[in-house]
Each structure stands twice: as C-alpha cells, then as structure tokens.
Ligand binder design. Structure first.
Ligand SMILES: Cc1ncc(COP(=O)(O)O)c(C=O)c1O
Length: 495
C-alpha cells in the first residue's frame, strides 16, 4: 500500500478525499496491480496509511462494492471481485459483437448509412475568419434584455414543477401570433402554433408523420441537406426539383401520385438565395392541390430582407390549408437556443401536439416565457430591426470586398435576403472546390462548397462553375475585407 500512499500524497489537495481514494483503487484494479481475488487492507489500516479519516475509506469501499468491483462480507477482508468493464470489453472477440444490421430498425439502418453534411462539423476548429453559414455573432445576442426577461421568469412563482403543454407556452404562442401577423403577413390563431426545438425538429416531425416507405417527397436541388436527410430517413423516395435564380423551378414539379409533400424555402432559397415569385407560389399551391400533397415552408431567415419589406410567407396565400409553416429564432437570436415553431393547418394540430409530446414532452419553459416577454415588450422586434441593419452593413461590405478583391468574373447570387450569399467563380470548376477550400483554410479563412448541397450527380446537370457559400452574420467588417483578400490570394494561387 506504500505505492497507494505515494500516489495519494501526490494528489492530496487536488480534490475531495473519498472520491480520490475511490479513483485510486479503481485505477489499480483496472491496471491489474490489484488482481482479481486480491485482499484489500482493512479500512482502518488504509486510512492510517493514506492519512485520511477511516470513514473516507469506508465510503470508497462501499461505492466500489456497490459497483461490483469489490466483494465484501461482514468480518471479512474486502477482495477485488471483477476486472473493470473496459478490460472485459477489450477482451471481447470481434465476432461476439452484435452485427448492426441485424439489431437496428430499418429507420436506424437508414440513419446509420447517412452522411450528415453540415457546414462545419463540431470537431473542426473554426477558421480565424470563418464565413460559416448558420453562425451569428455572439456579440449580437441581446444579452441584457434576455438576462432580465429570463431572471423575471425564473423568479415567477409556480405552484409546482410539472411537465408543461406539448404545444408550448400559451403566452409565447399568443405573442407569436401577433408577431407573425405584423412581420410575415400570416393570419393564424395561437391554436395553430406548436413550439419546437429548432426548425430541425419541425422538419423531423413532418417527415415522421407525413412520409413512409413507398411514398415520395419533393425537394429543392441544391437545397438544405439536413432537411433532406430527415425525409430520406423516413424511407420515402425523394424527387429532386431544380432551382434557378428565382428559387424552385415549379415547371419541373413531377406528376407523381405517390408524392405526399414538397419541402421549400420560398422566402430565400437555401442555398442559392432566390425569392420565389408569386406566379411560382401559385403554381406550387396548385400542384399541391392536384396531388393532395402538403407543402413544408421553411422560413429559416425570413426576417432578413434588404431594401424592401420582407416578402409575405407562402402560407399567407394558402386557401386550402396545405402549407405547414416553419419559423425559427436561430438567425435573429441564436441557433443554440433551439427555439422554433410550426404554424399548422388546423387539421394537423392534434397530431403534431401528440407527436411533440412523444418526442420530448415540450420545449424548455423558462426560455419560452422569456422570449414571450421580449416579443410582448417590443424588444424582440427592435432587436430584429437592429440585426437587419447590422447584417445589411456586413452584406454591403462583403459585396464591396468581392468587387474590389476577387477576379472580375466572380459572380454573386442570392443577395436580396438572408445571412449568406453564393459566390460563383467561372475560372474554376466544381472539382476545384476542395482544393480552394483547403488553400483558404490554410490562410485562416473558412469558406464552404456549394457542390455537396446538390443531390443530382454533376453529370446529370448543365456544367457550372465552382461555387462557395459565404455566411457573413458572425463577422466584423474588417474581417470580411481581410477574408476576401486572403480568398483572392488562394484563388490566384490555384488558377
Ligand atoms: C434552410 C434552413 N432551415 C433550417 C435551419 C436550421 O434551423 P434550426 O436551427 O431552427 O434547426 C437552417 C440553418 O442554417 C437552414 O439553413
């Protein structure tokens, strides 16, 4: 035990006694220095040896016995009962592990086989100047207003803490109803609103509830991959509809009796940025009527339209109750809040409430109420107006830097709305995108390729240049300018 004592002496003072003795013994069992069957000293002897209270050692022994590492009996010395689980795992033969395919559901197998493309995986370190789309500046978050509203809700008396309603806080749904009428031209009732944890959960619920193997869905190509994957996971068949500068090309919508829904981003097509004109909106609604299909309208950044008032939501001209509207607070506040909402046709409300309850009971309550009070007080809309001005400045700086610093044939698309734009580089082919991205990253700049957002293979589409997606909502004006200079250098080196 002198070895034990030496180790305990080295760590003394770092943290609490019982946990330290426990960790020490457990480590010795794991590395075999205390073998199976080995007798441990009495609690009194070990306590004296380590210079700790006997009760400290007793607690550690009891914990190890409760976990099955020690065998203890009254009046007998404690013995090592079993090796640690990792050793047992290490000894397991490869063949003894279950084969995933035979123990997963069909849904699980589809998810296991998927590549979940997001702009930046959480493992990758951010670039020094990162044009990461979906990121917003932490300093833009209305910290003081949020803190005040959150604290007030935290201190509000509640008779008990029990689960809340699956559709979300009634105050937030009321506040949202007014906001959506003012900001998005939507005339809905608070009853139609279900609060969810991100547009992602809204999309996932749509996929689970409206699709199944044998059915089909329509999606924009290129489009939002994280939505497409939810629909794919349902086992339904996807039908890609091409996108042009105005958004989904509705003249290419399929005549397909199995289609149950179409997923669209009409206010600001992701990623190419088109704003769907009224004629196409009507064509899409007409097509949905003919197919008895739902339309999932993802209005992920509808607050951000520059120059003109944001265009009204597609749902505002839906006379049949076919459009499921999705809005999120990820762009105007933070993607880390995980707060978003569905505005449902009345016929779907009971179903989505049940599914939300099954998924996770409900969204976090204090956050919902804090948000409701920000909307009710007008602070939220003031914040959105400020963010629109702020991002308009960033967008202008980016356009200006592209004009001054990048090759003259570089073209931008999708600048009328949103928090990102697409940069086309006619001197390079799509095959150059990975090299360009790597060169930019080596120069401290994060940019993201357009090609992975296409579903159809390159060979099935008209030739196009290399394209990058540049998100600008998290950057300063100086970073935007420097980032474009560095990107220009990377392009020059490649060309
Ligand atoms: C098209 C689109 N829809 C939805 C989202 C994400 O929404 P949420 O954070 O609310 O899940 C994003 C995020 O970037 C997006 O680009």
């Amino acid at each position: 035990m002198s070895q034990l004592k030496a180790k305990a002496d080295r760590r003394r003072g770092a943290n609490g006694g019982g946990r330290r003795v426990y960790a020490l013994l457990r480590a010795q069992i794991a590395d075999g220095s205390l073998a199976v069957g080995a007798k441990l000293p009495s609690t009194r002897a070990l306590a004296a040896d380590l210079g700790v209270a006997r009760s400290t050692v007793t607690v550690a022994y009891e914990q190890l016995a409760a976990e099955g590492f020690l065998a203890t009996a009254p009046g007998r010395a404690a013995r090592v009962a079993a090796p640690l689980a990792p050793d047992a795992l290490a000894q397991a033969q490869p063949g003894s592990q279950p084969r995933l395919a035979s123990v997963l559901s069909a849904y699980g197998q589809r998810v296991a086989g998927m590549e979940l493309l997001t702009a930046q995986t959480s493992a990758a370190a951010p670039a020094r100047i990162d044009f990461l789309y979906g990121a917003v500046a932490a300093r833009d978050f209305p910290t003081l207003a949020w803190k005040r509203a959150y604290q007030a809700e935290l201190l509000r008396q509640q008779p008990s803490l029990y689960y809340a309603a699956p559709e979300g806080d009634s105050g937030l749904r009321q506040a949202l109803q007014g906001y959506l009428r003012r900001a998005r031209g939507l005339a809905c009732s608070a009853e139609q609103i279900v609060i969810v944890q991100g547009a992602q959960q809204a999309i996932d619920l749509c996929a689970r509830l409206l699709l199944e193997p044998g059915s089909a869905y329509v999606f924009e190509d290129p489009g939002y991959v994280m939505a497409r994957r939810c629909f794919e996971a349902s086992g339904a068949r996807g039908v890609a509809v091409p996108v042009d500068a105005l958004g989904m090309d509705t003249s290419s919508l399929p005549f397909d009796a199995q289609v149950r829904l179409a997923y669209v981003t009409p206010s600001h097509q992701f990623p190419l940025g088109g704003v769907l004109p009224i004629a196409r909106r009507q064509a899409l609604l007409q097509w949905a009527r003919q197919h008895n299909a739902w339309i999932v309208e993802d209005d992920y950044d509808g607050e951000f339209r520059y120059g003109q008032r944001p265009i009204d939501a597609l749902q505002s001209i839906d006379a049949d109750g076919r459009v499921i509207y999705i809005g999120t607070f990820s762009k105007a506040l933070s993607p880390q809040l995980r707060l978003a909402y569905l505005v449902l046709p009345a016929s779907l409300v009971p179903l989505f409430r049940k599914a939300k309850r099954l998924a996770d009971r409900h969204a976090p309550v204090i956050e919902q109420r804090a948000l409701a009070s920000l909307i009710d007080s007008g602070a939220y809309e003031r914040h959105v107006r400020r963010m629109r001005r702020e991002n308009e400045r960033r967008r202008s700086a980016l356009l200006d830097a592209i004009r001054r610093r990048l090759p003259a044939d570089a073209k931008v698309a999708g600048t009328a709305a949103g928090l990102h734009l697409v940069l086309w580089l006619p001197s390079l082919r799509p095959g150059h995108e990975p090299q360009l991205i790597a060169a930019a990253r080596a120069a401290g700049v994060g940019v993201y390729a357009v090609s992975p957002l296409f579903a159809r293979p390159q060979s099935a589409m008209p030739p196009r240049p290399a394209g990058l997606i540049l998100g600008y909502a998290s950057l300063t004006l100086a970073q935007i300018d420097e980032g474009m200079q560095r990107l220009a250098d990377a392009i020059a080196a490649l060309a």
